[in-house]
Ligand binder design. Structure first.
Ligand code: ZN
Ligand code: MN
Length: 480
């Protein structure tokens, strides 16, 4: 029999706000001492009163709008009870009865074409702390820096059916939320984490099979392997009765390449959700709603169409650029500065990408001043700086956003010289010390001139117009 996999995702995304969701502690504690960013509120002290961070609601709404959701104009917070040492209040403040956004739709692109994934809801909630196990001391430490860091949880309907679709969906979420600048969504940094709900059923059936959940997956490669393994395990159980499938939470061990039962799945009732009496309902009036709506970015597809139809980029270039808002922004200001869309796209998609790749950085980590890039492109296209030296300057611009390309080129000897007498002198020297290349060229091997050309460029430190150099070399050889 043929089977199909049915997958729903719960994606936790850390919002990029400065402070936590219910207090003014910093939400960023990377590199900080344990428990440096804590207060009675985020430590769950009795009697503390949480105050909703408005920016969190702004970002929650924005995320909802990016994913085509309906925004609940009255949104409320609830207590989700569970007891664990990293959760000092013994409940998580989250949203259950009226989440900020519901009924969304996200379109993904796969090898089989476009597919729509329905979003059940997006709710805002607080993160838990971190337990740090110290094997040497045989103790466990708790760090509350992360408690109450704001999260949104994006819950999809079970509309995904393969690892490929899951990857496309996660990429799409990341892309849209980064466009809106509400979250970083970097799995490697823990700012995006994923729970995978999976079941298997005979192809074409509309009944769902027994569902298992793998929690806190934080790499796309691990997610793909886990989906493959779980699918095979479920099919095996159904076909060969190797085991009885039960609804449960499982832990994926990526090193062993296996999943292990953790606990039988809690149902919503186990959490004893109830409205948090300390947090007032948040009422989103028209003015607030409209201001968020007006702050939405240009969507990737709209940008793509504009790049192609209005500024004449190829479909390929447009597709590459819109993958990342960081790239788009750099492109747009470089283009505004230098006036050539094609040159701007080329520099970004070849030279900048090469540097990012060589430093093992992702597209989204591009941090080059677009205006400065535009100036550099102009210097090179006007022949004031050689292309090879332009690339060197660009690499330095990756390390220092304050570099002004023209000043930098002057200070570092990267300005093309128009001094033809110098070029002639260097050309004559190269000809004198490479008689073989000269003879080859004279006997018709035109490519032989490249050896002379390279030697001269090296001597001139790349500060020479290539056509001028070529002309002078040929003229000098013809004199012999
Ligand atoms: Zn706090
Ligand atoms: Mn959650």
């Amino acid at each position: 029999m043929k089977y199909e996999t049915v997958i729903g995702l719960e994606v936790h995304v850390e919002l990029a706000t400065k402070s936590k969701i219910f207090c003014s502690c910093s939400a960023h504690s990377y590199g900080a001492e344990p428990n440096a960013h804590v207060c009675p509120a985020c430590c769950g002290m009795p009697g503390m009163l949480p105050v909703v961070n408005k920016r969190v609601v702004d970002y929650g709404m924005k995320a909802g709008m990016m994913l085509n959701c309906h925004i609940n104009r009255t949104t409320t917070f609830d207590k989700k009870s569970y007891y664990y040492p990293d959760l000092p209040a013994a409940y998580q403040t989250t949203q259950w009865f009226a989440p900020v956004a519901v009924n969304g739709l996200v379109e993904i692109e796969t090898s089989k074409g476009k597919k729509s994934i329905r979003i059940k809801q997006i709710h805002m909630e607080e993160d838990a702390g971190k337990l740090v196990h110290d094997i040497r001391e045989d103790t466990t430490h708790v760090d509350f820096n992360r408690t109450s860091v704001p999260l949104i949880e994006i819950v999809s309907q079970p509309d995904l059916s393969s690892a490929e679709e899951v990857e496309a969906y996660l990429d799409r979420l990341k892309n849209l939320l980064r466009y809106a600048k509400v979250a970083e969504c970097e799995m490697a940094h823990g700012t995006m984490r994923c729970d995978v709900n999976l079941s298997v059923r005979p192809e074409g059936s509309d009944k769902l099979g027994v569902r298992t959940e793998m929690k806190n997956m934080n790499s796309i490669e691990a997610i793909k392997r886990a989906i493959e393994y779980e699918t095979a395990r479920h099919i095996d159980a159904i076909e060969h009765n190797t085991e009885v499938l039960v609804q449960e939470t499982r832990r994926w061990d990526d090193i062993k390449g296996k999943s292990f039962a953790m606990r039988s799945k809690e149902t919503a009732g186990d959490y004893r959700y109830f409205p948090d009496p300390n947090v007032m309902p948040v009422v989103i009036d028209d003015e607030w709603f409209n201001s968020i709506k007006a702050s939405l970015p240009e969507f990737p597809e709209v940008k793509r169409a504009r790049y192609i139809n209005e500024i004449g980029l190829s479909e390929y270039d447009a597709d590459q650029l819109i993958k990342s808002i960081a790239i788009c922004e750099c492109f747009e200001s470089a283009y505004a500065e230098c006036g050539s869309a094609k040159d701007s796209a080329n520099w970004l998609l070849s030279e900048c990408m090469n540097i990012l790749n060589s430093r093992q950085m992702s597209y989204d980590m591009l941090d080059v001043d677009g205006k400065a890039l535009g100036k550099l492109i102009k210097l090179v296209s006007e022949g004031k700086v050689g292309r090879a030296n332009g690339k060197k300057i660009l690499a330095d611009m990756f390390d220092n956003r304050d570099i002004d390309p023209e000043t930098y080129a002057k200070e570092n000897g990267y300005i093309v010289s128009n001094d033809t007498s110098l070029i002639e002198k260097v050309a004559k020297e190269a000809i004198a010390s490479n008689p073989r290349a000269v003879n080859d060229f004279k006997s018709g091997k035109e490519k032989a001139i490249m050896a002379l050309f390279g030697a001269c460029m090296k001597q001139l430190k790349g500060n020479c117009d290539p056509n001028t150099l070529k002309e002078i070399l040929i003229a000098e050889i013809n004199k012999i």
